[in-house]
Write a protein that binds this ligand. Structure first.
Ligand code: ADP
Length: 251
């Protein structure tokens, strides 16, 4: 696959910190509609790669492509408007606001380029409808009126996905969506992610440490090791890859 033609791609992507190479000439091409997981041991460069793809960090070298266009220098805050979105972090909730309000604020902000009173009022209504619909899809509708701060850890993670969906993404990056969850909640969240992918027509790029859901959900998996792509392939190909077994799966 050609990164420059991908839904989300990168070629030769590199990031150094001082003399240390955290991301090392990474090529990646995520196809439209794909669910791609990034795996690799701690320190492999997964988070740094996400940071470069969203331009939270600029690359030291290489190019980033979105929907067939080079976007390496497009500022971070402009990317959601293009449809390239990273899920919100748990510390990016409006804690005193309700679950619904959190999603509505994002939906309204992304819809409205400029302020006028009438536009704002109409936007508020439309955004509220959108927000309800999204909460329903992620399973949080029963908690719509609850203050975000009162939600369980798992529900706050789901809320952060709901907020990302409110920006109407085409390509969504999820950073450890199941972290801190027990086995049942992890399975539920995996099922929810698969269902939103088809309902919202998403291309998904996922950092995930739970190998059983990585193997069951992913179309393809990219294995990072010491900043480099060790392998990219289907779950079967990755499981059978001897290099991956040595470096990561522990034989
Ligand atoms: P992963 O997400 O796979 O655990 P990271 O991308 O967080 O890996 O980190 C990759 C490497 O880059 C680690 O060795 C980490 O210490 C280093 N690193 C990440 N961010 C910085 C930074 N801002 N300054 C210096 N080193 C960093």
């Amino acid at each position: 696959d050609d990164p420059s033609e991908a839904a989300l791609g990168a070629s030769g992507l590199t990031r150094t910190f001082g003399g240390f190479v955290a991301v090392d000439r990474v090529d990646i091409a995520v196809r439209e509609g794909e669910l791609r997981s990034i795996i690799g041991p701690n320190g492999a460069g997964k988070t740094t790669l996400f940071n470069i793809l969203t331009n939270a960090l600029s690359p030291s070298a290489g190019e980033v492509y979105y929907d067939g266009t080079e976007i390496t220098d497009v500022p971070q805050h402009e990317r959601p408007h293009m449809g390239l979105v990273r899920s919100f972090q748990s510390n990016q909730l409006f804690e005193e606001q309700t679950t619904l309000e959190n999603v509505r604020i994002v939906a309204q902000t992304i819809e409205q380029g400029s302020f006028s009173f009438d536009l704002f009022r109409r936007g508020q209504r439309v955004a509220e409808e959108t927000a309800y619909e999204i909460l329903d899809r992620v399973g949080l509708a029963p908690l719509a009126e609850e203050e975000a701060t009162n939600l369980s850890h798992g529900d706050q993670r789901r809320l952060s996905i709901a907020m990302a969906l409110a920006t109407d993404p085409s390509v969504l990056l999820l950073d450890e969506p199941t972290s801190g969850m027990g086995p049942t909640e992890t399975e539920e969240t995996a099922a929810m992610i698969e269902s939103i992918q088809s309902e919202f027509d998403l291309t998904l790029l996922l950092i995930e440490h739970d190998m059983s859901i990585v193997l069951s959900m992913s179309d393809r998996i990219t294995v990072l090791n010491r900043g480099e792509v060790l392998a990219t392939g289907t779950p079967d190909e990755i499981q059978e890859n001897a290099q991956v077994q040595d470096a990561y799966l522990g034989g």
